[in-house]
Design a protein around this ligand. Structure first.
Ligand code: UD1
Ligand code: CA
Length: 457
């Protein structure tokens, strides 16, 4: 059967007290609405429509690489009104629409699949996802008849005393027969405590018209909606725990999961060991047998097998097999480091390529450079890539030895097997197999201290 999804994301999220629309707040490094979109896609739904309203431009911007369509809800008159705004998206379609909210990022892919199958195989015209909790608080209550069939959903603010006691809540996630949903939306009224058009009323409408309405009960944890910063942190903790657990089940050692922060799209190979205080973000891939000693941030990077990293920052870069990084290295975007290389303490590398087996062990800056393999950088090397106006490139061949405290003033090239003497400022090409000395010759003035009367008794 044809399936599509609509995601409610038009509300402002007043309780967040934020200039950012609620659904763009991040959980484990990813916007809540993008979690929901990605889960829909993983559950096999290609055609996804996001209903935007408050902060529409920001929400569109925040979801622009997700290949979704948008509906616009001009005024926020309730969840039913929001779905009605997606009329253009829904009309002329038949089959199932899954309606989810952009502020509930903890739903699992398996549950969505199971939910859609439950709806379609059960022959239901509408199905709600529910969960059971001790204190149903502000959630809508699921009211069933004496046979246990769902009758309707009543919002907390509209509940009578008996209804308030009900512990089964509406998760705000639904499957509908598209044509019947469109018809029912026309019948909604705002005759309720909040004066809003509720999507939840569609359930009661279809039931009273004799259509088959179902409910699938799931784990409360998956249905949590985020309405405040406190709930955002709660969702973060749950998802973090789930992500860490998944990696541990796949063979990754996480020494202290409570202090390890791994984004939801990160991949990690088996036998990698992660010490506390690591933050791994975005589309990062870490292969097998790596050791991440404490306190690094790694974002949108690929780390090959057997790499050791310690107290460093690595952004949008590639680190080859067996290389060691840190402590206190800063690898900036578009850097590509080869195999078995060494990037040591207080080394910053920007937009550069470093070949296999090259060692940059201490206190060095390399920017806009192409460095070959088997090189050694002495302590305190600076690639002078900027003249105050423009950036220039530096090229260093294979097996080059850069003496301590060398300045390489770009554009400049040091050819294969060449050496630079310590303290040199290199401004022109160094030929193959040669030594470049670019510093003043040492002069010793004998007896100078005595003559000046500076000698201590
Ligand atoms: C809703 C349900 C409630 C359920 C709960 C689960 C209704 C009437 N109530 O309540 O039964 O238990 O979710 O979390 O549906 N939105 C719009 N346009 C609007 C209003 C809301 O797009 O005009 C969006 C919001 O951005 C949000 C979602 O719909 O993503 C839910 O709205 P919210 O106000 O949070 O509903 P709840 O009160 O939580
Ligand atoms: Ca909500």
């Amino acid at each position: 059967m044809y399936k599509c999804a609509a995601i409610l994301a038009a509300g402002e999220g007043k309780r967040m007290k934020s200039d950012t629309p609620k659904v763009l707040h991040k959980v484990c490094g990813k916007e809540m609405v993008n979690h929901v979109i990605d889960i829909m896609r993983k559950a096999g739904i290609e055609d996804v429509n996001v209903i935007v309203g408050k902060g529409a431009e920001k929400v569109k911007e925040g979801t622009k690489d997700r290949n979704v369509s948008y509906s616009f809800q001009e005024a926020q008159l309730g969840t039913g009104h929001a779905v009605k705004s997606a009329k253009d998206f829904l009309s002329s379609k038949s089959g199932t629409v899954a309606i989810f909210t952009g502020d509930a990022p903890l739903i699992k892919e398996e549950t969505v699949k199971e939910f859609i199958a439950f709806h379609e195989n059960g022959g239901f015209k509408a199905t709600i996802l529910t969960s059971v909790i001790d204190d149903a608080a502000h959630y809508g209550r699921v009211i069933r008849d004496e046979n246990g069939d769902v009758l309707k959903i009543v919002e907390a603010k509209d509940c009578n005393e008996e209804e308030l006691k009900v512990q089964e809540i509406n998760a705000g996630m639904y499957c509908f027969d598209i044509e019947l949903l469109l018809e029912s939306l026309e019948k909604l009224t705002n005759n309720n405590a909040q004066g809003e058009y509720y999507i939840t009323d569609v359930i009661g409408i279809l039931k009273s018209e004799g259509f088959k309405v179902g409910a699938m009960i799931t784990d409360y944890e998956e249905t949590i909606g985020v309405n405040s910063r406190v709930e955002l942190a709660e969702a973060e903790a749950i998802l973090r725990d789930r992500i860490n657990r998944k990696h541990m089940e796949n063979g990754v050692t996480i020494i202290d999961p409570k202090s390890t922060y791994i984004g939801s799209d990160v991949e990690i190979g088996r036998d990698t060991i992660i010490y506390p205080g690591n933050v791994i973000e975005g589309k990062t891939v870490i292969k097998e047998n790596c050791t991440l000693y404490p306190n690094s941030r790694i974002a949108d990077s690929t780390i090959e097998a057997g790499v050791d990293i310690q107290s460093s920052v690595i952004i949008e870069s590639y680190i080859g097999e067996g290389t060691t990084v840190g402590p206190f290295a800063y690898i900036r975007p578009e850097t590509n480091i080869g195999k078995n290389a060494r990037i040591g303490d207080f080394v910053e590398i920007k937009k550069s390529t470093i070949g296999d087996n090259t060692k940059v062990s201490h206190l060095t800056y390399i920017g806009d450079a192409e460095v070959g393999s088997g090189c050694n950088f002495g302590c305190g090397t600076v690639v002078v890539n900027y003249d105050g106006k423009k950036k220039y490139k530096t090229k260093i061949g294979n097996n080059v030895f850069i003496g301590c405290n060398t300045n390489l003033v770009a554009p400049v090239e040091v050819k294969d097997n060449a050496y630079t003497a310590a303290g040199s400022t290199i401004t022109s090409e160094v030929p193959e197999d040669s030594l470049a000395v670019a510093r003043a010759k040492q002069v010793n003035i004998e007896g100078w201290v005595v003559k000046k009367g500076l000698k201590k008794k």
